[in-house]
Design a protein around this ligand. Structure first.
Ligand code: S3P
Length: 442
């Protein structure tokens, strides 16, 4: 599962992005469909499930716990659900690689099992904060140990009796909310969560697909233990992956690109709102819904962007797209100010630090703040940028190169395959210039 760390991307300026592109399935929704399919009664089929290192980490964990998962023709995943109480002891420590979503959601799922389990990950995952997850689960009665630093490894001792509770989340985190909801399936009584700000609601929507509808009660999201019914699920294209090409088409002169089947859940789509506030030319076509999630084709044409103050309420719902939005800011006229985004410091890298360093390396004037950054748009030069093994940083700077005055080499890009293994393939299908060195299969 560990990626080859020597992969570098070299990207030079493009003439225009034209045509159509369908990026792969949504990562967040794929994880949830796999996990709920595993504990449902009956066979679940998932169409359009993302095949990446992170979703493979979730599949690996579920298989270790006795779940039969098969890949059928036409990118369909078939899961033999074992029922709410059918998971079995994994028999070894579960290594989740780079995947924060697998780690946080599985911790919630495992807290209420009858067996012990241990979770591990790669160097980046081993540093990610876990107390935010383990503390509320312990309040529910879970028996969990983590390191003194509040990080992996996670040891979960089975046979704990979980009790429902009402929990006010101290951070706006969909992973935390989802971990508690999953634990709530195994708790006595009702489990309710109060969010400090709206976060992505894919867990709530996916639970409803599996016939377990969380209730919304005076600002609280509540769940009670109940069995899940297997489902056929279709997954829209990942807006977080599409976002790279939304920015690319916005900054490259002459572009007119149609991104197909993009998931447009209102709790995920703020990247479009931010780009539109910056002056981007984005229109929606063929809006529809599949498996409880809204989607549409998104048409993006080149336009002149202007710097803005990113509205604070949009920060949690554009959290994964903020790096590439900072690339858009580098091309905008004037200053873009991003604040109240301290969560970026605890992602796959410290994304405030890594974006500021990278933007400076390509000639952009940027000021780092405790909880964000101020980016002054200017001329983007060529250069070398270290992605620090963070997939979204690697892809953001590859996009930055598409309208730069010289080529940009982005180093340490192997982890692009954690979320978007077809990234380079999408470049090629649009005729965009990318040279990959040291690659196996990105
Ligand atoms: C995710 C939630 C977000 C996001 C991550 C995926 C999810 O994390 O950054 O990439 O699928 O629930 P937080 O919940 O920590 O904000």
């Amino acid at each position: 599962m560990t990626a080859d760390k020597r992969v570098d991307f070299t990207v030079s300026a493009a003439t225009a992005l034209r045509g159509r592109l369908r990026v792969p399935g949504d990562k967040s929704i794929s994880h949830r469909a796999l996990m709920l399919g595993a504990i449902a009664d009956g066979r679940t089929r998932i169409e359009g499930c993302l095949d990446s290192e992170d979703t493979r980490a979730t599949m690996h964990a579920l298989r270790l716990m006795g779940v039969g998962i098969e890949r059928l023709e036409g990118n369909v995943i078939s899961i033999e659900g074992v029922g709410l109480h059918g998971l079995t002891a994994p028999g070894e420590a579960i290594n989740l690689g780079n995947s924060g979503t697998s780690l946080r959601l599985l911790t919630g799922l495992l807290a209420g099992q009858r067996f012990d389990s241990q979770l591990l990950g790669d160097e980046s995952l081993m540093q990610r904060p876990m107390r935010r997850i383990t503390e509320p689960l312990q309040q529910m009665g879970a028996n969990i140990r983590i390191s003194d630093a509040g990080t992996l490894p996670v040891h979960i001792i089975g046979k704990a009796r979980l009790k429902g509770m009402t929990y006010t989340m101290p951070v706006a985190s969909a992973q935390l909310k989802s971990a508690i909801l999953l634990a709530g399936l195994y708790a006595s009584g009702k489990t309710c969560i109060i969010e400090p700000a709206v976060t992505r609601d894919h867990s709530e929507r996916m639970l409803a697909q599996f016939a377990c509808v969380p209730t919304h009660d005076g600002g609280q999201i509540c769940i009670s233990p109940q069995s899940l019914r297997a489902q056929d699920i279709s997954i829209p294209a990942d807006i977080s992956s599409a976002a790279f090409f939304m920015v690319a088409a916005s900054i490259v002169a002459g572009s007119d690109l149609l991104l197909e089947d993009v998931g447009l859940n209102p709790t995920r789509r703020a990247v479009m709102d931010v780009l539109q506030l910056m002056g981007a030319d984005i229109t929606l076509e063929d809006e529809r819904e599949i498996s409880g999630e809204p989607l549409a084709n998104v048409r993006v044409r080149h336009s002149r962007l202007k710097g803005i103050e990113i509205p604070v309420r949009l920060v949690p719902i554009a959290i994964d797209e903020l790096p590439v939005l900072m690339v858009a800011a580098a091309y905008a006229d004037g200053e873009t100010r991003l604040r109240r985004a301290a969560e970026l410091r605890v992602k796959e890298s410290d994304r405030i630090r890594t974006m500021c360093e990278g933007l400076r390396a390509i000639g952009i004037d940027v000021e780092e703040c405790r909880d964000g950054m101020h980016v002054r748009g200017g001329t983007v030069a060529g250069g070398t940028v270290n992605s620090f093994g963070d997939h979204r940083i690697a892809m953001s700077f590859s996009i930055a190169a598409l309208a730069a005055s010289a080529a940009i080499t982005v180093t340490d890009c192997a982890n692009v395959s954690t979320s978007f293994p077809e990234f380079a393939g999408c470049f090629r299908s649009l005729g965009l210039p990318i040279i990959i060195t040291g690659a196996r299969d990105v």
